[in-house]
Write a protein that binds this ligand. Sequence first.
Ligand code: 13P
Length: 339
Amino acid sequence: MSFKDMESVAQAMVVPGKGILAADESSPTIKKRFDLIDTKSTEESRRTYREMLFTTPGLADYISGVILYDETLRQKTADGVLFPALLANMGVIPGIKVDTGAKDLAAFPGEKITEGLDGLRERLAEYHEMGARFAKWRAVITIGDGIPSDFCLQANSHALARYAALCQEAAIVPIVEPEVLMDGKHTLAACEEVTNRALTLVFAALAEHRVHLPAIVLKPNMVISGSECADRAGPREVAEATVRCLAAQVPAEVPGIAFLSGGQSAEQATEHLGIMNTMGPHPWKLSFSYGRALQAPALAAWQGQDERLGDGQQALIKRARLNGLASSGGYTNDMESAA
Ligand code: 13P
């Protein structure tokens, strides 16, 4: 695949009206989600749950791509269709999480470094063969007393850039995800300062590693107050600070920015994206790549019960549709009760 083909994939991932479903929870993470609904996490229960999500009627109207986990990429529907083939046949692009998780950064207490570069070239070749056309790598940045350090930001930017260059070599579009966590008491201003620092270093590293920016998708956090901040900023402030930060940091060649939800409620994540898309025009598309903000309502409706699979799908399609509207500037709050 040429850069041109990867550019087309990147553009399709962030086409207005659609966004990405992040369904790439590792087995330990999906277990935490299943624990909340008293459902045992087994290979079969995970398969059933993902089949419920992916076979939701109308999903392809609002979802451009799905991020899968290694296990999920190899699983099939009850009828024997591999999930990547099922998605591709629906016109939904299959993607794959390729990092192997955020580990403690030695000598830097409280900070993380994402692992997974060793053997990545070979894994990417296999994933491409299996139908993946984009990948995801998540760097985790914590705000706290004296952190993040410049060293942590640099180390994570370096890893993200090495990953992105390897993806493009394998004809796979990299989702570049530096996530500044919402955990903590910090203010919106502190999140803006750290997100600015993080993105400056990420784009410097991408340039040094000769990553072709028209063939990436950036997946950042929104600029938002810490979840335990005493005086949390409202939706318009969040939208304005996020757009201000991205406008300062993200080159116009980047085709699209697909936010993570990061622990925001489903409705907040939609509202914030909706406001940002009424503030344009922006040089890049602003879309979503939500995990929890798309799936939490579906999990709650499903409850691990076969007779509630349809309820789970209805909950998912509602969030997908409203986020689709938010990605094209057509969302208003009153749609929540009408839907
Ligand atoms: P959340 O939207 O739940 O933050 O997940 C998105 C994601 O893929 C994090 O890596």
